[in-house]
Write a protein that binds this ligand. Structure first.
Ligand SMILES: *[C@@H]1O[C@H](CO)[C@@H](O)[C@H](O)[C@H]1NC(C)=O
Ligand SMILES: *[C@@H]1O[C@H](CO)[C@@H](O)[C@H](O)[C@H]1NC(C)=O
Ligand SMILES: *[C@@H]1O[C@H](CO)[C@@H](O)[C@H](O)[C@H]1NC(C)=O
Ligand SMILES: *[C@@H]1O[C@H](CO)[C@@H](O)[C@H](O)[C@H]1NC(C)=O
Ligand SMILES: *[C@@H]1O[C@H](CO)[C@@H](O)[C@H](O)[C@H]1NC(C)=O
Length: 510
């Protein structure tokens, strides 16, 4: 959902085939699309859905993609449904991930449904703005309800209990599915769910700064801050702009009218955001590959032998480009807007759809508007500009849409009314700031101490969460970490959280 840097060609996350991909960038959508083309289509299954679930006499339909895995299934077990998010669904999840480990334990029949307008699930002929009016989380939830009803009939599933799963945006969908369709959805297991819609998501970079300090070094954020200031001051002169173009390996010179400036600054910050959001997670099973960690970023930013802070920032950028095999950094905002405005399915591999959802439902623009973080130059105005250009949605309408989303789903207070829900969040993950978190211990120092194993004993001290939700705040992990396959290298906290999630599941099914 870090959508604003979509056109950057860097691909340090080349192996992320986009399951829990909250930090959307066009490059990642492109890779996901390539990944999808490599998929064996024989695993694709299709179900008919209404184009408009909320207009009872609109009979137009389309085909939604889903996957099924019945090798763990026994008739006494539950039915698991993995909810697809803002990208193509990947069938690897039918044999991997923590939910499959649980499916084996409880003999679940497993399904995964692809979100409308992503991957191969195309409800309309293109993604023009008028067609995108059929893209919303509410339509997606209604698709899920219809899926459950029809699959129950088709496979004769009687009263078997349906448990939904999801991470990031689809983690929120899992909780909302339990909220809106409790007669169909028996329980929900959710990871890193952003529940609070918010236009100016200033907390994202604040949490990122804390993570750089706790997981990297005490001087890292200051050095980044110094680097960002140097970039900003170079932007002020023609000579400086030339230096930036060569230091940061830009594909072409910065536009003279200044229109690329915010976009460049955001792209460079994006090199850091990607690393923080996904620090050392286990996604490698999705396709293999290496990525930088917070420690690597801070090692570079603190290394005085490279030169001044801007040189170190440039080194970080080069490392990111090299790891992805990209020759240069595309910082053309004009090209970005052109790509975002292209309404063909082949061009609009997902970025256009997701940004539409931020403009029409959720906001979540990760701006540099807070003073308590290292970056400068990409404020709210820059973020909202794309809504107007790509879809004709005004600032006021974005504000109103976000307010309506919180009215509709309850924001964080959904936690007080749902039942049979688990919710994981990682303490390093900036998205935890818009999720629902119950911290066991309060002060930052205590938080920091918790990174050591001793304090795992003190887990669940002073917990004050509502009775219907079980939350896990795992301080030393990143976005969606709990969803990935268990590894012996996982932190103690994460191992415990996985166990507790499974215990909760077993108690629901008992
Ligand atoms: C989708 O958009 C096209 C224009 O690009 C339009 O002709 C068509 O009627 C739209 N379809 C729907 C279902 O609104
Ligand atoms: C989120 O960030 C805001 C500041 O932007 C802060 O006041 C708040 O405590 C944070 N909330 C959570 C749940 O982290
Ligand atoms: C940057 O890192 C170096 C090496 O750790 C440190 O000596 C220096 O004080 C830092 N600079 C800032 C501005 O924090
Ligand atoms: C949109 O993208 C498609 C596929 O990449 C391309 O063929 C087409 O020329 C683009 N359309 C515009 C208006 O740029
Ligand atoms: C655990 O970490 C070690 C050392 O970093 C590595 O060699 C090993 O492959 C990792 N194991 C798993 C299951 O990821």
């Amino acid at each position: 959902m870090k959508v604003l840097v979509l056109v950057v060609l860097v691909t340090c996350l080349a192996w992320d085939s986009g399951y829990c991909l909250s930090q959307l960038r066009l490059r990642r959508f492109k890779l996901e699309m390539e990944e999808m083309r490599k998929q064996d289509p024989t695993s694709d299954l299709w179900i008919e859905q209404r184009l408009d679930n909320f207009h009872s006499t609109d009979y137009r339909t389309w085909q939604q993609r889903y996957f099924m895995a019945n090798e763990y299934d026994s008739p006494s077990g539950p039915v698991f449904l993995q909810i697809g998010g803002e990208g193509p669904a990947n069938p690897i999840w039918m044999s991997e991930g923590h939910w499959i480990e649980m499916a084996q334990t409880v003999n679940a029949l497993c399904f995964m449904i692809e979100h409308r307008f992503y991957g191969k699930s195309h409800p309309t002929e293109d993604v023009s703005s008028s067609n995108l009016s059929y893209l919303s989380s509410e339509q997606a939830l209604a698709d899920i309800a219809n899926f459950i009803v029809n699959i129950k009939e088709k496979h004769n599933l009687g009263n078997r209990k349906w448990i939904v799963f999801g991470g990031s945006y689809s983690g929120a969908l899992a909780i909302w599915a339990r909220l809106k369709y409790p007669h169909l959805v028996f329980g929900a297991e959710s990871a890193s769910a952003p529940l609070h819609a918010l236009v100016d998501f200033t907390g994202y970079l604040e949490v990122a700064q804390d993570s750089l300090t706790t997981m990297g070094s005490g001087t890292c954020a200051d050095n980044l801050s110094r680097a960002s200031a140097l970039v900003a001051s170079h932007l002020k002169s023609d000579a400086g702009r030339k230096v930036l173009a060569s230091s940061f390996r830009l594909c072409k010179a910065l536009s003279d009218d200044g229109s690329d400036d915010s976009y460049l600054q955001e792209s460079l910050a994006g090199n850091v955001m990607d690393v923080v959001q996904y620090n050392r997670d286990n996604r490698h099973f999705e396709g293999g590959g290496k990525s930088l960690t917070i420690k690597d970023v801070c090692r570079i930013m603190d290394d005085v032998t490279i030169g001044d802070e801007m040189k170190r920032y440039a080194e970080l950028n080069s490392r990111t480009l090299d790891m992805s095999g990209s020759p240069c950094l595309d910082a053309s905002y004009e090209k970005y807007l052109e790509d975002m405005s292209n309404t063909s399915w082949t061009s609009a591999i997902g970025g256009r759809q997701w940004v539409y959802q931020t403009c029409s439902e959720f906001g979540w623009y990760q701006t540099s508007d807070s003073p308590h973080q290292p970056f400068v130059g990409f404020g709210l105005k820059h973020a909202l500009h794309q809504c107007q250009v790509a879809y004709g949605i005004s600032q006021e309408h974005v504000q109103e849409a976000v307010k309506r989303s919180n009215e509709n789903y309850g924001g964080r207070s959904v936690a007080e009314v749902v039942s049979r829900v688990t919710l994981y969040n990682g303490g390093i993950d900036p998205w935890s700031n818009v999720s629902y978190v119950v911290r066991d211990l309060q002060s930052p120092r205590e938080q920091q101490i918790r990174f050591g194993p001793i304090l795992s004993m003190q887990k669940k001290v002073n917990r004050k969460e509502p009775p219907g939700i079980l939350t896990f705040f795992v301080p030393d992990t990143a976005h969606c970490a709990i969803m990935y396959p268990s590894s012996q290298n996982d932190s103690l906290f994460l191992k415990e959280a996985r166990k507790d999630v499974q215990t909760a599941l077993l108690s629901w099914l008992a």
